[in-house]
Design a protein around this ligand. Structure first.
Ligand code: AHR
Length: 500
């Protein structure tokens, strides 16, 4: 079948925000311990950080990393993770039923961020704790020196403040599973009071209020409205979280996950704007999509609860296949397309726990299938997002109704003149012949690189033994003739092109 769209550098949606390519490190499973940190590993550096994971993190192109949770943060005492490591307490951690050794805390993670060249985004505990503890961790992290907590940081070896700019006011407080779960009104008031106090200490910070932990939550919509009624003038962002999986063999709906993401974003933006209108505010609340990914959550929920209290257990180490990677590529298209509202996002998580990077303790690190669309989108999306309206046939899905078989987004960098195109074919049987009208760019654009992720086996994965079974291949059959780009899109595929 045929699909087409036209690109025009004048039709700009929004800038490409580098924070769109954020990720998430939670003290959960093996994300931290034997993930980013494994002293004694042959490739560990002087701080115990795995250099193979640092290299892959840089290659992934991650910009911002949310830390330390997640559900973990809602029972976390940040003070446990500072001071001499030998003196730090081992604690029972109820969110993931494990023991937290606290060998890695704020200063260590900040050091890891500097090595990975990423921005640290910090979540405070508003589950079991409140305003004072949020102020305390801020004083420890960001106050230069000369106060009790900042001097404690300096004494521990971190002379310079960490200057954390983005602060999440709790995590998923709408979820009954969350330690210290609250009603929207309770949370909205606490978020407003905590945010005001933090801003009084440090006016330059950016604050994220918890939105819904999924568009399917029973309180979705009313949660955002009530929370924002309380804290609209204080916060900069409302968060969205979404995880997708294939349910009961319904691949068609799964491949259309980005349709759900688009609708989720539109719903949250409309709700935030309605509150803003009622408050007669000129401010626009931005969206931090600070947890998103494919996650086979139903398998996790079906597993019996553990009676053990292990250190760094193997938890939700989902092994991603080709179709999962095509969905991740599609979700990135949605995030970019919505760059007028979504100005930060975090792929959850970074290592081992539903992650693009996997490791074995004492062994190798490797790229999951989902690594590839993320790394290439982060590398090629630059400058401005351009409006794209794809003309393509639709197919019916059980979850989202009729959806277009082809989805795409494009960026244009006025500084270099380069344009990039990201496109998925969701059809399970038919290849698409895509045509892109480039006349608005003149006749000078040429293909500089073209990559495709597709495979006859949609369930092929990468493993420690076969780490590169699934990777990108140069896309074949791409031509530009008379400012008309044409390329074939195999069924269930993700493609990225850079034109120069
Ligand atoms: O990313 C895994 C978990 O998913 C996080 O801890 C939580 O915030 C979400 O429910």
């Amino acid at each position: 079948f045929n699909a087409s769209f036209a690109l025009d550098p004048a039709h700009v949606v929004a800038p490409v925000h580098r924070r769109t390519f954020g990720s998430f490190v939670e003290h959960m499973g093996r994300c931290v311990y034997t993930g980013i940190y494994e002293p004694g590993h042959p490739l560990a550096d002087e701080d115990g950080f795995r250099t193979d994971v640092l290299d892959l993190t840089r290659e992934l192109g991650v910009t911002t990393v949310r830390y330390p949770g997640g559900n973990f943060v809602s029972g976390y005492r940040w003070e446990d993770g500072v001071g001499p490591i030998a003196d730090r307490p081992r604690r029972r951690e109820v969110a993931w039923h494990s023991v937290e050794t606290n060998e890695v805390g704020l200063d260590e993670f900040a050091r890891w961020c500097a090595k990975a060249d990423v921005e640290l985004m910090y979540a405070v505990n508003l589950g079991t704790r409140g305003i004072q503890e949020a102020l305390d961790v801020h004083e420890y992290a960001n106050h230069p020196s000369g106060t009790y907590l900042s001097d404690l940081r300096v004494a521990g070896g971190a002379k310079d403040p960490h200057n954390i700019r983005m602060w999440c006011l709790g995590n998923e407080m709408d979820g009954p599973w969350q330690t210290g779960h609250k009603t929207a009104l309770e949370y909205g008031r606490l978020a407003a009071a905590t945010g005001r106090a933090l801003r009084a200490a440090d006016p330059g910070i950016e604050l994220v209020a918890c939105g819904s932990s999924g568009a399917g939550m029973p309180t979705f919509g009313s949660w955002e409205a009530t929370v924002l009624e309380e804290c609209y003038d204080v916060v900069d962002y409302i968060s969205c979280h979404a995880y997708y999986e294939e349910h009961d063999g319904d691949l068609g709906s799964f491949l259309a996950s980005s349709v759900d993401m688009d609708r989720f974003i539109a719903g949250v933006a409309a709700t935030a704007d309605a509150v803003g209108a009622r408050l007669r505010s000129r401010k626009k609340i931005q969206i931090s999509f600070d947890e998103w990914n494919v996650w086979y959550l139903s398998r996790f929920r079906a597993a019996p609860p553990s009676a053990e209290w292990p250190v760094a257990p193997r938890v939700i180490e989902d092994q991603y296949h080709v179709a999962d990677a095509v969905v991740v590529g599609g979700l990135l298209i949605s995030l970019l397309r919505n760059s007028d509202r979504v100005t930060a996002a975090s792929l959850a998580q970074l290592v081992n726990v539903i992650a693009p990077i996997r490791t074995e303790p004492g062994g190798p690190a490797w790229r999951q299938t989902t690594f590839h669309p993320f790394a290439t989108t982060a590398r090629l999306a630059a400058g401005e997002v351009l409006a794209v309206t794809v003309d393509a046939p639709s197919y019916g899905t059980a979850r989202y109704g009729d959806v277009p078989a082809v989805d795409a987004v494009a960026t244009h960098d006025p500084a270099t003149g380069d344009a990039s195109i990201f496109v998925v074919n969701r059809d399970q049987a038919a290849p698409a012949a895509l045509t892109v009208d480039l006349r608005a760019f003149g006749s000078s654009l040429r293909v500089a690189e073209a990559w495709i992720l597709a495979d006859d086996d949609l369930h092929a994965t990468n493993t420690a033994d076969a780490p590169d079974r699934v990777s990108l291949h140069p896309a074949e059959g791409v031509t530009v003739d008379d400012a008309r780009l044409t390329l074939p899109l195999p069924p269930v595929s993700w493609t990225a092109l850079r034109l120069t």
